[in-house]
Design a protein around this ligand. Structure first.
Ligand SMILES: Cc1cc2nc3c(=O)[nH]c(=O)nc-3n(C[C@H](O)[C@H](O)[C@H](O)COP(=O)(O)OP(=O)(O)OC[C@H]3O[C@@H](n4cnc5c(N)ncnc54)[C@H](O)[C@@H]3O)c2cc1C
Length: 404
C-alpha cells in the first residue's frame, strides 16, 4: 500500500492497453499531478484491441464482484462522457451453465444478494421467450446479468485515449520503456529510448510483457499466457436481437457486433502456454489455426442458428494472462515502494479495466482504494510458489479456469 496520499507528483504508466489508459484517465480526473502514459506501439496494440469487450459483474470472489460492480457503473458513465463510445447494456449479459457447472455457481447467489449485484436465473424456456434467435439446450441454466453488456474496443480505446489527452495526460506512443529506475530502494522513474523520466510513482500495466519488463528488478510474479481468438461475421440478412452470451457449455461466447454482425469467440484449452520471449515481443506474432473457428461455428450453431448463414470478415488473436490462483495482480509491490502493477486479469481484463483504473488511482491519490484488494495483492505469493509455477509449461486446461 502507498503509505500516504500524494500531493504533487509525476506518475508514469507503462503500457497503453485498456488497463493503462483507464488508470491514466482516472488519475487525470483526480488531478493527481503530471501523468505520462508510455506505449511502445500504438494505444491498444496488445490484447485490448483484440478483446471481445464483453462485461459481466457476476464473478466468483468477493473482491472480483465488488470491483466489477464499481466498473459497470463507470462503463455507463463513460458511455455519456466519451465521444464516439457506447456501452451496450440494452440486453444485459447472459452466462450459460450446465447442471453440473451450476452446482459450482449456485452457492454464490447469496453473496450476490449481500453485495447488491442484480441477477436473474432463467431456464431454457425463458431464454427462448426473451430472445427467440437463441435455441438453448433444455437443461441449461442462464445466469442473467442486467448490468452486463459489451463495448466495441475499436470505439472505446481511441475515445478513452482522446479524453485522457483532453484532461492533460501525456499519451506517448512509440515509446518503449527499457528499464524501471530504482534509487534509494524505491522506484524513481523509467528509461525509454535512451531518455530518463523521473517519477514518484510507476504503474506497470504491460500485461504479458510484465515478466520481461521486470526481469532487471528481480521481480517475479506467477503469470502464464495463453492464446485466445475471436471472429466477426459478415452482416446478417435479418436483424438479430441477442444479448452477449458467455456460453461456457460450448467453450465459447457470442455477441452482437456493429452493423448487424455476430462476434464469436472460442477457447482452445488443449493448447500449451505461450512463452513471451522478451520486451520486444509483438502480439501480431500470435496466430490460431482457422479450423478452431469452423469447429466453434459447428458447436455453437445449434444454439444460435443464425451462425449458419454468415461468412467471416475478421479474426483477432491475442494472449490472456492467468496467475497461479486465477485472480488478478493488482496494487503496490511492497519490495519496491513507488511501483504498482495491474496484470493477469484472466479472460476479463476488458471487463475489469474501468474499476482497475479507478482503484489504482485511489492507491496513488488517497493512499488506499475504496474496497479491500488484499486478495489481489501482488505480495500474496511465496517465492517457492512463484518458482514452481514459472518452471512448468502447461496447457490452458491446467490453468485455473476463469471466464470473464
Ligand atoms: C481474443 C480475445 C478476446 C477477449 N475478450 C475479452 C472479453 O470479451 N472481455 C474481457 O473482459 N476481456 C477479454 N479479453 C481479455 C482482455 O483483452 C485483456 O485482459 C485486456 O485487454 C488486458 O489489458 P491490458 O491493458 O492489461 O493489456 P494490453 O492491451 O496487452 O496492453 C499492454 C500494453 O503494454 C504495451 N507495452 C508492453 N511493454 C511495454 C514497454 N516496455 N514499454 C511501453 N509499452 C509497453 C503493449 O504494447 C500493450 O499495448 C480478450 C482477449 C483476447 C485475446
Amino acid at each position: 500500500m502507498i503509505n500516504s496520499p500524494m500531493k504533487s507528483s509525476t506518475i508514469v504508466i507503462v503500457g497503453g492497453g485498456v488497463i493503462g489508459l483507464s488508470t491514466a484517465y482516472q488519475l487525470a480526473r483526480r488531478k493527481a499531478g503530471r501523468v505520462v502514459l508510455l506505449e511502445k506501439g500504438a494505444v491498444g496494440d496488445g490484447s485490448s484491441s483484440r478483446a471481445a469487450g464483453i462485461t459481466t459483474g457476476l464473478l466468483w470472489s468477493e473482491t472480483g464482484i465488488r470491483a466489477r460492480k464499481i466498473g459497470l457503473d463507470i462503463f455507463r458513465q463513460l458511455s455519456d462522457e466519451l465521444d464516439g463510445y457506447t456501452y451496450h447494456d440494452e440486453h444485459g449479459c447472459l452466462n450459460l451453465f450446465s447442471p453440473d457447472m451450476w452446482r459450482g455457481r449456485e452457492p454464490l447467489l447469496p453473496q450476490y444478494d449481500r453485495i447488491g449485484i442484480p441477477y436473474d436465473v432463467f431456464g431454457a424456456d425463458e431464454i427462448s421467450r426473451r430472445w427467440p434467435a437463441l435455441h438453448p439446450p433444455e437443461d441449461v441454466i442462464g445466469l442473467f446479468d442486467p448490468s452486463g453488456g459489451y463495448s466495441e474496443p475499436s470505439e472505446y480505446i481511441p475515445a478513452l485515449a482522446e479524453r485522457s489527452r483532453q484532461l492533460g495526460v501525456e499519451v506517448r506512443e512509440g515509446e518503449q520503456v527499457e528499464q524501471i529506475l530504482v534509487r534509494g530502494g524505491r522506484c524513481a522513474g523509467v528509461r525509454t529510448n535512451g531518455k530518463t523520466i523521473e517519477a514518484d510513482v510507476v504503474i506497470s500495466t504491460v500485461h504479458v510483457w510484465s515478466l520481461a519488463l521486470w526481469a532487471h528488478l528481480n521481480l517475479r510474479l506467477p503469470m502464464k499466457s495463453f492464446v485466445h481468438q475471436r471472429y466477426v461475421s459478415t452482416p446478417l440478412p435479418e436483424p438479430l436481437s441477442i444479448p452477449p452470451v458467455n456460453a461456457n457449455i460450448f467453450e465459447g461466447y457470442v455477441r452482437p457486433a456493429t452493423g448487424n454482425r455476430i462476434l464469436l469467440g472460442t477457447e482452445s484449452m488443449d493448447r500449451q502456454e505461450w512463452k513471451v520471449d522478451g520486451t520486444d515481443f509483438q502480439m501480431s506474432k500470435v496466430a490460431a489455426p482457422i479450423d478452431l473457428r469452423d469447429r466453434a461455428v459447428e458447436t455453437v450453431a445449434p444454439f444460435l442458428p443464425a451462425l449458419k448463414d454468415v461468412g467471416w470478415e475478421s479474426e483477432h488473436v491475442g494472449l490472456l494472462s492467468f496467475s497461479c490462483d486465477g485472480e488478478p495482480l493488482l496494487g503496490p509491490v511492497k519490495e519496491l515502494p513507488g511501483l504498482l502493477v495491474g496484470a493477469s486479469f484472466h479472460s476479463g481484463g476488458f471487463s475489469y479495466n474501468t474499476a482497475v483504473g479507478l482503484l489504482l488511482a485511489e492507491f496513488v491519490v488517497d493512499g488506499k482504494p475504496r474496497i479491500d484488494l488484499s486478495a489481489f495483492s501482488p505480495d500474496r505469493f511465496e517465492s517457492e510458489e512463484v518458482d514452481a509455477f514459472l518452471s512448468t509449461t502447461v496447457s490452458q486446461s491446467s490453468a485455473v479456469p476463469r471466464r470473464h
